[in-house]
Ligand binder design. Structure first.
Ligand code: HEM
Length: 466
C-alpha cells in the first residue's frame, strides 16, 4: 500500500508545521532534562498529528528536518514503503556502529537475506518450543518471592525476561554473564539516541571522553557476547536453542549458512531487542492491574479456569484472552518501543506534507497510541479495546507496539508467549499491589523506568504453586 496514494513532490503538498531552528535547539535541551513524550504531546496539541523540528541546513551529516508522526495513515506509508523510507537515519547509524550488522540495523538486500533466513526460527510453532524455557525463568522468580512482602517490579521482570531469552538463545541460564552486557548496552542506548538526535554530536573518531567511553563499552560488549556464543555453539550443536538453530539455518534462496560473525551479531541483537522491551511490558501490565484489584481478580480467575493447577502450555496461553488483552492495553499506554525513525530517500510527501529527501521521519508510537481519533478517552486503561470487534473497527496502524510493515518485530510471538506465561505463573500465585503512581521513564532506544517500582506481594489463598 502507500505508493499509489503518494503525491511525490506534489505542488499541492504543504510544508510540515512545527518549530524553527532556534526553538528546536531550545527544545532539545528541554527534552534532555524532561520527558520526550510529554514534549511530543505538547507539540501535537499545538501543531497537529504531523509536526517538525527544523535545524540549520549547513551542519554536515545532519538532516535539516526531523518530522514527528502521530497519525496512522502516515505511519503506514513510512513503515510499509521501504524504498522511499529507509532505516539509515542518524539514530540507526549510531546503533549499527555500536551493535554491528544484525537484523535490527541492516538495510536493503543484506537485510532481506537475513530476514528470509531467520524468519523460520520465529514462527509460532517454533517459538512454542521455548515454553519450558519461559516457564523455568518465571518459576525461579515466583519461587524467589516466597517469604518476601515487597519486590521491585522492574528488576524482577528483568530477571524473568533475561532468564527466558538467555535460556531460549543459549540453552541454559546465563543471566549472570549476560547482566554486564545489559548494563553496557543500557548506557550505550542512551548515548546512541542522544548522539543520533543531536546535530552537534562530535564524530566518533574524535577522542572525546564520551567517544572513549563508547569504545570501551563496545569492546567489552563484544568480548562478552563472543565468549557466551562460542560456548553455546560448542555445547548446543544439534540442540533446540536459537544459537543451535542459527548454526543450522540456511538462506532458502542461496542455501548459504551464517558465518560465526553473523551468528554473533544476530545473537546479540536478539538478546538486546528481546529483554528490556518484554520486561517493561510486563512491569506495566502488573502495575496497571495492581491499580485495578477487580480486574486483577478477573485475570486470576481466567488463569485458574483455563490452566487450573497444571503447568501452562502454549495452547493455554492462547486461551488467556483477558490476560492477553491487558498486556496489549498496557503496551498501548506504555509501548516499550515508543518511537522509531526512517530517512526519506527522495523528495516526497506524507499526509499532504512536503518531505524533502534526507528528512528523518519518526513515527511516535506512544503518542499515536493516545491519539483521540482512534482511542476515545485515550488515557483510560480498558482491555476491551482489544475485543475482536473493536480491533476490526480500528485502523491497524493506530496500534504499533511491534511496529508494522516488512520490518516489524520478528520476536512478536516470542514476546507475547513469554509475557502471557509469566503473567499466568505469577498472578495465579501472587496478588500484586503498587501505589499506582506514575512511573518516571528514561528514553533510550526503548523506554524504561527510571525509578524503582515497588510492589507489595501476597500469596493468593488456596493457590497452587506453578
Ligand atoms: C514486548 C516486547 C517487544 C517489543 C515491544 C518489540 C518492539 C519492536 C518494534 C517496534 C520493532 C520495529 C522497529 C522499527 O520498525 O524500527 C522491532 C523490531 C525487531 N525486534 Fe522486537 N520487540 C519486542 C520483543 C522482541 C524479541 C523477544 C525479539 C527477539 C528475540 C525481538 C527482536 C526484534 C528484531 C530482530 C527486530 C528487527 C526486525 C527487522 O528489522 O527485520 N523483539 N521490535
Amino acid at each position: 500500500m502507500g505508493t499509489e496514494t503518494v503525491v511525490t513532490g506534489s505542488a499541492s503538498a504543504r510544508p510540515v508545521p512545527g518549530l524553527g531552528a532556534l526553538e528546536s535547539v531550545r527544545a532539545m535541551r528541554e527534552v534532555r532534562q524532561g520527558s520526550l513524550l510529554a514534549w511530543v504531546h505538547q507539540q501535537r496539541v499545538v501543531y497537529g498529528d504531523v509536526f517538525a523540528s527544523r535545524f540549520p541546513g549547513w551542519v554536515p551529516g545532519v538532516p535539516s528536518m526531523l518530522v514527528y508522526v502521530c497519525q496512522a495513515d502516515a505511519a503506514r506509508e513510512i513503515l510499509t514503503d521501504t524504498r522511499r523510507f529507509v532505516k539509515r537515519s542518524p539514530v540507526y547509524d549510531e546503533m549499527a556502529a555500536a551493535l554491528g550488522d544484525g537484523l535490527l540495523t541492516t538495510e536493503g538486500e543484506v537485510w532481506r537475506g537475513q530476514r528470509r533466513t531467520l524468519q523460520p526460527l520465529f514462527t509460532r510453532k517454533r517459538i512454542d518450543r521455548y515454553t519450558d524455557a519461559f516457564l523455568a525463568a518465571t518459576t525461579v522468580v515466583s519461587d524467589g518471592w516466597d517469604g518476601r512482602g515487597e519486590v521491585e517490579l522492574v528488576d524482577e521482570m528483568e530477571k524473568v525476561t533475561l532468564g527466558s531469552v538467555s535460556r531460549a538463545l543459549f540453552g541454559t541460564d546465563v543471566t549472570d554473564e549476560v547482566a554486564p552486557i545489559v548494563a553496557a548496552t543500557d548506557e550505550l542506548s542512551q548515548i546512541t539516541v542522544q548522539r543520533g538526535m543531536s546535530p552537534f554530536a562530535p564524530p566518533r573518531w574524535l577522542p572525546t571522553p564520551e567517544n572513549r567511553r563508547i569504545q570501551r563499552l563496545e569492546g567489552d560488549l563484544r568480548d562478552r557476547i563472543t565468549r557466551i556464543v562460542e560456548r553455546a555453539a560448542a555445547r548446543s550443536a544439534g540442540g533446540d536453542d536459537l544459537v543451535a538453530r542459527l548454526l543450522d539455518v540456511t538462506d532458502p534462496e542461496t542455501g548459504e549458512h551464517l558465518d560465526r560473525e553473523e551468528i554473533l551479531e544476530q545473537s546479540l541483537i536478539f538478546l538486546l531487542a528481546g529483554y528490556d522491551t518484554t520486561s517493561t511490558a510486563l512491569a506495566f501490565t502488573l502495575q496497571e492491574l495492581s491499580a485495578r484489584p477487580e480486574l486483577q481478580r478477573a485475570v486470576r480467575d481466567e488463569i485458574r479456569t483455563v490452566v487450573g493447577d497444571r503447568q501452562p502450555g502454549a495452547e493455554d496461553a492462547r486461551g488467556l484472552d483477558l490476560t492477553q488483552r491487558c498486556l496489549l492495553e498496557a503496551m498501548r499506554l506504555h509501548p516499550p518501543a515508543y518511537i522509531t525513525s526512517r530517512a526519506a530517500t527522495e523528495d516526497t510527501a506524507i499526509a499532504g506534507f512536503d518531505i524533502p529527501a534526507g528528512t528523518v521521519v519518526s513515527p511516535v508510537f506512544a503518542e499515536l497510541h493516545r491519539n483521540e481519533s482512534y482511542w476515545p478517552d485515550p488515557d483510560r486503561f480498558d482491555p476491551d479495546r482489544f475485543l475482536p470487534e473493536a480491533v476490526k473497527a480500528r485502523d491497524r496502524y493506530a496500534y504499533l507496539p511491534f511496529g508494522g510493515g516488512p520490518r516489524s518485530c520478528i520476536g512478536e510471538h516470542f514476546a507475547i508467549l513469554e509475557a502471557t506465561l509469566a503473567l499466568a505463573v505469577l498472578l495465579r500465585r501472587w496478588e500484586v499491589t503498587t501505589d499506582g503512581g506514575a512511573i518516571p521513564m528514561r528514553y533510550g532506544i526503548t523506554q524504561r523506568s527510571d525509578a524503582p517500582v515497588r510492589a507489595t506481594i501476597a500469596p493468593v489463598t488456596g493457590s497452587v504453586p506453578a
